[in-house]
Write a protein that binds this ligand. Structure first.
Ligand code: NAI
Length: 474
């Protein structure tokens, strides 16, 4: 057993840990990144990237079937799930393989081992190949251990009938029927993906609406699409348990107070994720873990124990890859002695449903709850030339501005390429822009981005291609 001295040690090579390790290397800090599994964490291995690969393949499949209006006809498209999975696997392999190369290239040591705290400044590394353990002593230790799917009573994950998102992403065949417990981001993204490959979809959501936290009107557009494609969404539906009966899974749920049964082939349970704070000796460090299992941190990602930091899912909502990366990069600068803090004004949220939903900043309800009077500008894709030309006209851009000074408070988009369109809104909010800043920025024609400009104009009462709700005083 050897003792290795490092200035910084990062535990976990997910989207929080690896950008932190790269940035530390760039800043000349002697650092080590330790990962027990494959680099890239949930996002690259079993989350964002593989799901988006399947979603984009599915979109193409769906388009091929629905292009007759454009004068295009194809033979009946077929799904080769094994081939699609292999293609997806290739993308994952390329990206995860690249992580270690990037880390090493930046000058940070990359180690495959299981890390366990033995004290606030000491971590033991266990190697899978039987090599003797090492001890790493580091001045700064970063916990970037991520999160895991929550399991609920009555639905033990078995990888056959009851699936978590990882198992659903790896399905070798398209199931005939899928029931999603949870109408959140994962339930709808994956549920709709399989629905578009031919699966009959049923969503059971415990609350009174799907996609809680997302702008209501945006969520309604997606709900309508799922139902139009033959799916069912039940809200106020609490899943109670399931049993095997005559070769199918029967799910029992309380819907609006009445117990109902739903027959299905697979059950995707996506009821949220929980932070990983157990199993690696964190309790030996004195680091405080909050009520919901998250590690509280300040704006420098510092826990209550000096020299121990946390980034990503483990330190709180929203559990998003880009939030984790930002925290990791900020923290690297903190460790390197810079006066950096995490003061992000907005963290965009994207739901890769069909159509996509993307938001940045406050919803109307959130802004009003802060006591603000707001204006709402809205521009539908149905009247936008480019949206018509790509045959994707469902949805709109909605901009919430402060009545006081027309400052942009929030932007909510449901529609084609919402995931890419939202970055303009993120920049606007980060820079404290006013509606005029977006409205007077010349946007290229014909593009989907014009809808963002028109929505800003609409909030000012100056939209060109739709009627305006109020006259601006001149
Ligand atoms: P979620 O929090 O988005 O949704 C879970 C839903 O399950 C909630 O609406 C909740 O009310 C419902 N629920 C809980 N217990 C239930 C029960 N017994 N019966 C019926 N409904 C029940 O969680 P999800 O979808 O599992 O996603 C986990 C995390 O992963 C999220 O925090 C999200 O931020 C992240 N993620 C982000 C993605 C993106 O950015 N595009 C994609 C996938 C995941």
């Amino acid at each position: 057993m050897a003792t290795i001295k490092k200035k910084a040690l990062i535990i976990g090579a997910g989207t929080g840990g690896y950008p932190c390790a790269i940035r530390l290397g760039q800043l000349g800090v002697d650092a080590m990144l330790v990962e027990k599994d494959k680099a890239g964490g949930v996002c690259l291995n079993v989350g964002c990237i593989p799901s988006k690969a399947l979603i984009s393949a599915t979109k193409l499949y769906h388009k091929a079937q629905h292009s007759a209006e454009m004068g295009l006809s194809f033979g009946a498209p077929a799904v080769d799930m094994a081939k699609m999975q292999a293609w997806k696997g290739g993308i994952v392999k390329k990206l995860t393989g690249g992580v270690a190369t990037l880390v090493k290239g930046a000058g940070t040591q990359y180690v495959t081992a299981t890390a366990e705290f033995i004290g606030p400044k000491q971590v033991k590394l266990r190697y899978a190949d039987g090599k003797p353990d090492d001890i790493v002593e580091a001045e700064h230790i970063v916990v970037a251990t991520g999160s895991l799917p929550i399991e609920i009573p009555g639905f033990k994950f078995d990888g056959k009938r009851v699936l978590d998102s990882t198992a659903a992403l790896d399905l070798a065949v398209v199931p005939k029927r899928m029931l999603c417990v949870g109408g959140g981001i994962i339930g709808l993204e994956l549920g709709q993906t399989f629905q578009r490959l031919g699966t009959q979809l049923v969503v059971l959501e415990g609350l009174g609406r799907i996609l809680n936290g997302v702008d209501n009107e945006c969520a309604d557009v997606v709900a309508r699409q799922i139902k139009k494609d033959g799916g069912q969404i039940h809200v106020n539906a609490k899943a109670l348990g399931w049993e095997e009966r005559n070769g199918e899974a029967i799910v029992k749920a309380e819907v609006d107070g009445k117990v109902q049964e739903f027959a299905t082939d697979v059950i995707l349970v996506a009821v949220g994720r929980r932070p990983v704070t157990k199993g690696f000796g964190l309790e030996k460090t004195g680091v405080k873990v909050g009520e919901r299992g998250f590690i509280p941190v300040d704006q420098r990602q510092q826990t209550n124990v000096p020299g121990i930091y946390a980034v990503g899912d483990v330190c709180g909502q929203p559990m998003l890859a880009h939030k984790a990366s930002h925290e990791g990069e900020v923290l690297a600068e903190v460790i390197a002695g810079k006066k950096t803090i995490n003061d992000a004004r907005q963290i965009p949220n994207v739901v890769f449903t069909e159509p996509e939903i993307a938001s940045s900043g406050l919803t109307k309800e959130e802004a009003e709850a802060q006591g603000r009077q707001v204006n709402v500008g809205k521009f539908p894709f149905s009247v936008l030339g480019r949206a018509m030309a790509i045959g994707e006209t469902a949805g709109f851009v909605k901009i919430i501005t402060d009545q006081k000074d027309d400052r942009v408070l929030g932007v909510h988009i449901v529609g084609p390429e919402a995931s890419d369109l939202i970055s303009e809104a993120g920049l606007a909010i980060e820079m404290g822009a006013f509606a005029e800043d977006i409205a007077l920025t010349v946007h290229p024609h014909p593009t989907l981005g014009e809808a963002v400009m028109e929505a800003a104009k609409h909030a000012l009462g100056e939209a060109i291609h739709i009627a305006n709700p109020r006259k601006k005083a001149h």
